[in-house]
Design a protein around this ligand. Structure first.
Ligand code: 5GP
Length: 211
């Protein structure tokens, strides 16, 4: 039987480069499935429905909540964001490591529901660089940038809840580091229970045979 995949939660300040990093990770390694969230925010230029997000009106989002169709959801800078349940469950079952790129409130809810989830936090090399990236994106108004920086200050207080931090300076290096953290997590003893039990039984048989 194939092992079940790991639920990998990736958070980080807006502008830390999570989106690009996730795309790189999925391109470079084939064990990942990237969950597409549902949101009530408007699409940015270049974003496509069903690719970056499922863009829906508030009523549709609220109906999805009522149906219990989300793993988690949160409100972020005035909009709803949530993780559709079906895809995540199917991909984990198929042995894929499922990546959720979500903010901190959602990440903590996932950890409550799935204590074995791996929580990673992507940091920019510096606060100045974060602002430079947010402004450079050119898709956000000054007001939105200000809100997102304020939100970063709040989120910075919760980083201790994560398993590892990753600094996104060089994209390739960062993707490689992130991948190695996920690989390492696969070898935690509680994920290797079947193998450990197998060796224990073999050892028992071996020791008995030598008596
Ligand atoms: P953005 O508007 O920049 O695409 O996303 C804003 C924030 O919402 C980011 O921190 C992103 O990680 C987070 N986010 C995206 N999808 C979800 C989701 O399904 N659930 C939660 N809780 N946060 C999400």
């Amino acid at each position: 039987m194939r092992d079940k995949g790991i639920l990998v939660v990736v958070s980080g300040f807006s502008g830390a480069g999570k989106g690009t990093l996730m795309k790189k990770l999925v391109q470079a390694y084939d064990n990942y499935a990237l969950s597409v969230s549902m949101t009530t925010r408007a699409p940015r230029e270049g974003e496509k429905d069903g690719r970056e997000y499922f863009f829906v009106p508030r009523e549709v989002f609220e109906e999805k909540i009522r149906q219990g169709g989300l793993v988690e959801y949160a409100s972020y800078c005035g909009n709803y964001y949530g993780t559709p349940k079906e895809y995540v469950e199917a991909q984990l079952e198929a042995g894929k490591d499922v990546v959720l790129e979500i903010e901190i409130q959602g990440a903590l809810k996932v950890k409550e529901k799935f204590p074995s989830a791996l929580l990673l936090f992507v940091m920019p090399p510096s606060a100045k660089e974060l602002k430079r990236r947010l402004v450079g994106r050119g898709t956000e108004t000054q007001e939105v940038i200000r809100k997102r920086l304020e939100r970063a200050v709040e989120e910075a207080r919760g980083i201790e809840n994560y398993d590892y931090i990753v600094i996104n300076d060089d994209l390739e290096t960062c993707a490689r580091e992130l991948h190695s953290m996920v690989r390492a997590a696969h070898h935690a003893p509680y994920r290797e229970e079947a193998f450990i039990e197998h060796i224990r039984q073999e050892l028992d048989v071996l020791v008995k045979g030598e008596k």
